[in-house]
Write a protein that binds this ligand. Structure first.
Ligand SMILES: *Cc1c(COP(=O)(O)O)cnc(C)c1O
Length: 457
């Protein structure tokens, strides 16, 4: 029976609510009431009539949308493995389990079980970091940008920080070194030129106001040609002669030599320390393959100064990420099994042939799903590490290129949108009028194929 009431042929809110037991049970009365009112207002605005069932259905659709989490899992087929916008490194199961356990219950976050008194949260990760890097001491905070702010503020507030003009970097998301320095309360003292900075430039800039010398890994660009940089060991000697700390922001900073897995060499934290840096800062969620974190390792006296700074408290890590970080660092203790257990490394080291074989397997299913919509072709691609690591080296990879049938331009965007509209959204890249799926980061082949039949819808 279709009942219509009211002037515009619309039922009353009360009538609809009486028929809305299911959404009320599921989403609660307040949410359902809002959705019903919105559905009625929409019909009224359009001058349309509607039945009670129509309005309940419309409200349920709105509620289902609202109930869906805003942050959702996606398939990262962009070809950028550590994609900042997609949450960087996927975590290993060991870290996931540790994080879940830490979320559920009280933990020994700042509690020393042996002595039954207060402990230090950094004690969970410092022994691993010192063991893996050879540093005297270590601490962890929210991210590497924070690590830099903390180091600059704790060691050079009200004084000068000397940096080469070739290293005054900007990283995405409003992270520009000069701005960071200003906020940290240290004065930027630029030395050298964009392409060439010599040891003597640093020597000439050192004075009574010098707080620290900063070296920044130019992780997202490379200066080529007529270039010169002061070698870190010589810079470290100079800093030591003047009792000035040398801090190196390594950016990605790996704990192991990636060349072992056939990847291009990226400076390791140990190398930076051995070259003479007093403190090294790096990210937890870049090449390290862990949760977002900023790690600082180096001289114990300097780490102690940083630990006492109020910014350390403001930027500290929570128990969930600390648990995940500890689990990831533990994996590094066994480098032989690291590539098998650490997803970020596994994906980076994934052989091109394995990815190409996956592309071959997916081709027929993809063609079937897109019949009449797009043609599908196997392509060679090049993946990037991402997050600014190794900006100019690309990893040979493979994938599928989808060329929409019909009007170009908007059709490509529409196809990409269809992929993003799948239950687990597929994020691809658009290149030369085609949608390109780089399959390096696709591990759950079955789940990917299972949702393809919805593409035509
Ligand atoms: C990525 C990066 C940062 C910022 O690290 P976050 O962990 O994202 O805060 C700082 N410095 C360098 C050189 C970087 O590459």
């Amino acid at each position: 029976m279709i009942e219509r009431t009211g002037r515009a042929g619309l039922p009353s809110v009360d009538r609809v609510l009486q028929a809305a037991a299911a959404p009320i049970a599921r989403y609660g009365r307040d949410m359902t009431l809002d959705a019903v009112r919105a559905a009625l207002a929409a019909r009224r605005g359009a001058g349309d009539g509607a039945s009670v069932a129509d309005i309940v259905a419309a409200a349920e659709a709105v509620l289902a949308n609202l109930a869906r989490p805003s942050q959702r899992r996606v398939f990262n087929l962009t070809g950028t493995v550590l994609h900042t916008n997609l949450g960087r490194a996927p975590l290993p199961e060991e870290a996931v389990e540790a994080a879940v356990e830490a979320m559920r219950a009280p933990t020994t976050l700042e509690y020393d079980l042996d002595h039954g008194k207060r402990g230090e949260r950094d004690d969970h990760i410092a022994p691993w970091l010192t063991r893996l890097t050879g540093a005297e001491a270590a601490l962890a905070i929210n991210n590497n940008a924070g690590a830099l702010v903390l180091a600059l503020n704790a060691l050079a507030a009200g004084r000068e920080t000397i940096v080469s003009r070739g290293e005054l970097i900007e990283i995405g998301g409003a992270f520009r070194l000069p701005d960071i320095m200003a906020r940290a309360g240290t004065r930027l003292r630029e030395v050298g030129t964009t392409n060439r900075t010599h040891l003597r430039d640093f020597a000439a800039a050192i004075g009574p106001d010098t707080g620290l010398i900063l070296k920044v890994h130019t992780s997202n660009y490379e200066i080529q040609g007529f270039t010169a940089a002061a070698p870190t060991p010589r810079l470290a000697e100079l800093a030591r002669e003047h009792s000035i700390p040398l801090v190196e922001d390594l950016g990605s900073g790996t704990l192991v030599d990636l060349a072992r897995w056939g990847l291009p060499h990226e400076p390791t934290v140990t190398e930076a320390l051995q070259a003479g840096a007093d403190l090294v800062t790096f990210s937890g969620d870049k090449l390290l393959g862990g949760p977002q974190a900023g790690l600082i390792v180096g001289r114990a006296d300097l780490i102690a100064i940083l630990a006492r700074n109020p910014l350390k408290r403001a930027l500290r890590l929570d128990k969930i990420r600390l648990a995940a970080l500890e689990a990831v660092l533990r994996l590094y203790a066994d480098p032989d099994r690291l590539a098998a257990r650490l997803p970020a490394l596994r994906l980076l080291a994934r052989p091109r042939d394995e990815i190409a074989a996956l592309a071959h397997r997916l081709l027929p299913a993809m063609e079937r799903a897109l019949a009449g919509l797009a043609t599908v072709e196997l392509v060679e691609t090049r993946s990037q590490i991402g997050s600014g690591a190794l900006p100019v080296s690309l990893l040979p990879s493979a994938g599928l290129a989808l060329a929409p049938i019909g009007r170009a331009g908007a059709a490509v965007e529409l196809l990409a949108r269809r992929l993003r509209g799948l239950p687990v959204p597929v994020i691809a890249r658009i290149e030369g009028g085609r949608v390109v799926l780089d399959l390096r980061c696709l591990e759950d082949e079955g789940e990917f194929i299972a949702q393809l039949d919805r593409l035509a819808a």
